[in-house]
Design a protein. Sequence first.
Lengths: 470, 423
Amino acid sequence: MSQTDFDVIVIGGGPGGYVAALRAAQLKLSVAVVEAQHLGGICLNWGCIPTKALLRASEINHLLHDLPAYGFKADGVSFDFKKIVARSRAVSKQLSAGVAHLLKKAKVPVFDGHGKLDGTLANGRRKVLVSKDGAAPTTLTAQHVILATGARARVLPGLEPDGQFIWSYKEALVPETMPKSLVVIGSGAIGTEFASFYRNMGADVTLVEVAERILPVEDVEISQLARKAFEKQGIRVLTSAKIGTLQKTATGVSIPVTVNGKADTLVAERVISAVGIVGNVEKIGLEGTKIQVDRTHVVTDALCRTGEPGVYAIGDLAGAPWLAHKASHEAVMCVEAIAGRKVHPIDPTKIPGCTYCRPQIASVGYTEAKALEAGYKVRVGRFPLIANGKALAMGEPDGLIKTVFDAQTGELLGAHMIGAEVTEMIQGYVIARTGELTEAELAETIFPHPTISESMHEAVLAAYDGALHF
Amino acid sequence: MAIEILMPALSPTMTEGKIARWLKKEGDTVSNGDVLAEIETDKATMEVEAIEDGIFGRILVPEGTEGVAVNTPIAIMVEEGEAVPDSAAPSSTSAAPAPAPAQAGAVAPSDAAASAPVAPAAASQASHTASRIVASPLARRIAAAKKVDLSTIKGTGPNGRIVKRDVETAASQPVAAAPRPSPQANAPLSTGTSRTVPHTTMRKVIARRLSESKATIPHFYVSMDVELDALMALRSQLNALSHDEGQDAFKLSVNDMLIKAAALALKQVPEVNASFTEDAMILHEDADISVAVSLDDGLITPIVRAADRKSLKQISQEAKSLVSRARAGKLKPEEFQGGTFSISNMGMFGVKEFAAIVNPPQAAILAIAAGKRQPVVSGDEIKVATVMTVTLSVDHRAVDGAMAAKWLSAFRSIVQAPLALVL
């Protein structure tokens, strides 16, 4: 008979859940994972990773159509869309198998099935029921239960995914054919990345945002530059846009839209609804417990504890920001606290966010507006990539690095980047912010030449009126 | 632009200092390297030098002020023709003033030719983490701005690093005024007259460090009698080799030879050349011997570094220089901070035996009493020998009894068969 009692049971095997299990195993806790569908969760199977594989393809497509700019000539460039999608799936599959391997190596049992808290305690221990295909559930017990069931796409009335014309991110990741035209509703990271992918693959794309600017959580200057770049690429961008009732036609959809009182109708083969996500709070046994749910997210304290002692919630289930690295970090913190280690709550202003559209966008900490709102006196530095040698050499001159410092203490409050490879560079500022470096240490840091990252240095110097190359 | 001169941290243990003397007047022209002030630290009087040319604009902290926290603005420098701000302006980020520690000024010289039982030296290099303040750059800057003393804060960052939230928490709490009992309240009941002498900075440091040592270090003591005749005979022979005068002249003292003997014993029993920390034992490679030197108003422990690798002549010349400069208050911080083992010699006072207090973070201190002619049993016979009693005080967390005894035996063997000292 296999083991059914553990120190910790993790419900959900995504970047929150499997990391929690790995860390628990490292700390010599006995731990099990319950996963209903696929290890690696949305991130690995339907989110971060497969979209990056697709975006890589669209980036290559862009380059292939831009070859003359680099002195190349190639005729008859074409692609096999099915193969592009298949490659994306293969990457996901490989990584999901990798997670399974990691858990196996750490000797963490994975229970295949739907995990659910059972309200009653058994000898002071939490009960988790695991059910699969309607069979009688298996009962597991543990001292601690970590809920990491994640989130899914929010569905707006009239925009329910139909597997044909109306897509959520899932359908958008595995299309049968390349749509000729597409409307993307919602310009957060998900919507923006799909708009970028399909546009760079050649589709006519309209990006629709109800707020007054796209990527509304980013710094306003970054939003503006992103919009400019998208429009230059041929994406139609509508902001402050209200959509009406969608009509399906024989070949696609027609969506009435009002922008600043002006009515229009968007006609396209497909529409992607990317209007946010909701937490998977249903059917996991929260009913009748002291665990509170607020707008589809489990309410926790700063250390991920819910209203029930011994029950924790991490990752997307526990609320924004909906980022895999936030989930993983919460997982480690939560498990270390369970193991009796001293931990500190995660500071949301130290969590970076990345959007892999073209040009890429990355940021951490306060936007200039948020910093002012919070009462800081700020010093702001800006450095455009057009003044950076490496960016020019790469043929990627569009972009901006912006830094926001506390004028009084020199604290790096935030950093905002748009341009080539910025998602790979933002960690430099995150380290600075986490390590509490001031402008002085950043100014003293020697950045290698020639790199795009030199712009990060210049953006620091610029905040103190010392930029050398602009 | 105006630049603040901040109270410098002239030693790792320094948290506050006294402005002993201003050497420049307001309005004086100052060149880079000029001595601006003398700061009395916990150990000595140090000089603060100007690091830029300019006009000495304003003194913010008057001469004689005690307990000035490190990083407090103490004066303002301005450029030629520039108006002098009234008070400490927010300092420029591009020109952070960093007053440089300089040669020592004057601690009252002493003529007491003695050594003392205890030693308030600072942390050794090897265990700097124990005393060094680990704080993020941002935490340091906020602490300076809010006048929060980092040494009073417990860090909650990785490995106890002081981070922004710690400083902000500390700054938001009212400073708990340490109850300062008035001298009257604490004074012993006496019908006679008494007078109150304010503590010198050195006295405060001695009080703090030795209380800390006795309160936190579990001491134990091991004594042994050591015959000195062979060592004294060797000393006479070696001293006879010295030129009468000139650079090569030397005159070895018994103490010089005991410094080397202790160093060699530490190489033989390296477990004693250690520092205890919460996480690990730090074993020192070099035998850096702190030698207690008494001063009029306290004591200090200058260091003969790597004494195991130096000749007796080198040790003798070095010790002589260190002692005379210690008494003149002219030691540099690195000359009395660090050290891996201490020696305290009260032989010259005819002391029969005594036990010293361990000088943290060192693990042991050797107390040396007077050598005395006395009868000793050798085999079945009684002979007369010069015998001194030495007592090793030991931090039991770092060194156990048998190890301490082993060290003492090694020390005795070297002293009684002293040719090893000249190898």
